[in-house]
Design a protein. Sequence first.
Length: 101
Amino acid sequence: MLAEFRRETRDDEGQLGLPHHRGESDRSVGFEMEAVDLAQGLRDAGELQAIDSALRRLRDGSFGRCADCGDAIDPERLRAEPAALRCAACQRRHERRHPPA
Ligand SMILES: [Zn+2]
């Protein structure tokens, strides 16, 4: 499903409008806008639960922050997984503590 989302994002760049992916200097500029676009992308993908969570986090300002350690989540990680709740390190720790059934 992620691969599909990425492919769709690429084909449909105009609509999803993910600006300034690669430029280091553009990282913080317009980040909130990008987050909203990502949430819209999720809605298109039908990830209702993820959208709900992402939108709630957008509203309370915690989007892009790790739920465990509070650090900023790597933008690359957010792009691949917009609904990510944790930074890569905390996600790994979480998965060790709560292995998928
Ligand atoms: Zn973390």
